[in-house]
Design a protein around this ligand. Structure first.
Ligand SMILES: [Zn+2]
Length: 85
């Protein structure tokens, strides 16, 4: 059994989004990959993207940073980008 957190939050400012990502990254050292009963691995992640779903015409979201838990034992690592602006 694990204690799993899933969130999806949108903010008006990059600063607020970056603050949440920074907090998650500080805690990633304790995050683990879930090994399911059938042996499959179910890793966690945190993704920050610029979301244009509220614009007309819409356009594709842009990933700014994605962090994944890749190991059964820490550390997690940054997979895509690093807060490029
Ligand atoms: Zn989006």
């Amino acid at each position: 059994m694990k204690h799993r957190v899933q969130i999806d939050l949108s903010f008006e400012t990059a600063a607020d989004a970056e603050a949440v990502v920074a907090d998650v990254k500080r805690r990633l050292g304790k995050a683990v990959v879930v090994k399911e009963a059938d042996g499959m691995r179910d890793g966690g992640y945190c993704e920050y993207h610029r979301c244009y779903h509220d614009e007309q015409p819409g356009r594709a979201c842009e990933v700014v940073e994605r962090v994944e838990v890749e190991k059964e034992i820490v550390p997690a690592k940054v997979v895509v980008g690093d807060a490029a602006r």
